[in-house]
Design a protein around this ligand. Sequence first.
Ligand code: ZN
Length: 267
Amino acid sequence: MSASAGLALLAATAAVLALLAWAAYGRTHRRPTRSTDPPHEDLTAFLQSLRLYRRLPPELQRQLEPRVREFLRTVEFTGCAGLEVTQEMRVVIAGQACLLGLGLPERSMQALYGVSLYPDEFLVEESDEDPDSGVVTEGTRALSGQTLETDRIVLSWQDVREAQQRDDGYNVVIHEFTHFLDHAAGPWRSAGHSALQAEYELLCAAVERGEPTLIDPYGAEDPTEFLAVAAETFFELPLEMREQHPALYGTLRGLFALDPADWPDPG
Ligand SMILES: [Zn+2]
């Protein structure tokens, strides 16, 4: 073999190896999509589609934009089950996540590495152990959102989109990012918070009595879920919460350092 043929073979082998490595990487890593910095008009237009954003006083709207840009620069978005993540999806999620943390130090979301986005509800494997019999049931459950470990949030875009159109106390972005702040990097914890614990017990009692509740009865699951659903009500139905649960409203106003009941109604 001549020297040049040897070199050509070497180059071809290297190219094949690189291709194989790339293919293996592609199988194990879903390719994340990087965000380009959206122009101001696009960013504002996507944010304006959010009812929560339209209710923010102008001063808070101004403070939100640089936080959203920082979020888009640092958090990796990954489309799952064939979903192609668009700039609108990134801004709609980043906008609500940053709005939730607007009263908190900027570093509150720093530990968040990525957001995985499914087109619709996604299935997770679950096992449940009956405490009495010890029998373990395996199964799958459909979820609209999930907070994984300490650095990743999984969301269903369909649920994100539906929630942004209504103020009904259901908002999966607020729910999951509240879990994130609570578990992972939060400046506060729901566990052992005496004021939250007292309100959690009130909700459990109301659910037990079969009474209709302003706060999603799912909050009676445990104190962590209680905080996440209470945060949804706090941001989406603040006037109702301030009137019906003034103590809880006051606690959340203290935790988030925001007062949404004082923001104007966007109509
Ligand atoms: Zn939850």
